[in-house]
Design a protein. Structure first.
Length: 176
């Protein structure tokens, strides 16, 4: 606050895959996944809220995942953490609004993003080391636009939610 004069936008963007069904995920892996995927959002929000209140209007953008809305049998910990981020977003939005603050909180739920994290999932899940065009095509067919989500797609959504153009939007989720 001293150095930059305040904080008007917080983007909570942390994620790690924790593969496995509810029976397969080990407790230590579960806790590590919750720590990275959920606790980081809670702590960032908790610590930033006083600064954001001092710089109103302000915005919190939480990066969740479509996996927080649509479950998979082999992603129990990831699904649970990203769904919790979705609900934490809504709880934070209500908390700020009921406190009379112009601090918005929204979440973004992208489909598979073509990043090294996606590559890591495929490297763990099969014999192939690299996500190939066939695998990308299968994933893309499941998306409404017929392509994988890009980092730029998520960035543009985050910029919108951080901007004054979304000034009346809070507690909402954008599904990409």
């Amino acid at each position: 606050q001293e150095r930059l004069g305040g904080l008007s936008v917080l983007v909570n963007n942390a994620g790690m895959w924790v593969p496995g069904s509810v029976e397969e995920v080990e407790p230590d892996d579960w806790r590590r996944g919750m720590s990275v995927n959920l606790d980081s959002v809670y702590l960032g929000t908790k610590l930033a809220l006083p600064l954001l209140r001092d710089s109103q209007p302000a915005s919190i953008v939480n990066i969740s995942s479509i996996a927080g809305i649509i479950a998979g049998s082999n992603l129990a910990a990831y699904n649970a953490a990203k769904a919790a981020v979705w609900m934490l977003t809504k709880a934070t939005a209500l908390h700020a609004a009921r406190g009379g603050n112009d601090v918005r909180c929204n979440s973004i739920h992208p489909y598979f993003i073509d990043t090294p994290l996606l590559q890591d999932v495929f490297a763990r899940g099969g014999a192939r080391k690299e996500l190939d065009d066939e695998q990308r095509g299968k994933l893309a067919k499941q998306a409404p636009l017929g392509r994988l989500c890009t980092v730029e797609d998520v960035a543009h959504a985050a910029v919108y939610l951080a901007s004054d153009e979304s000034g009346y939007m809070t507690g909402a989720e954008l599904k990409l």
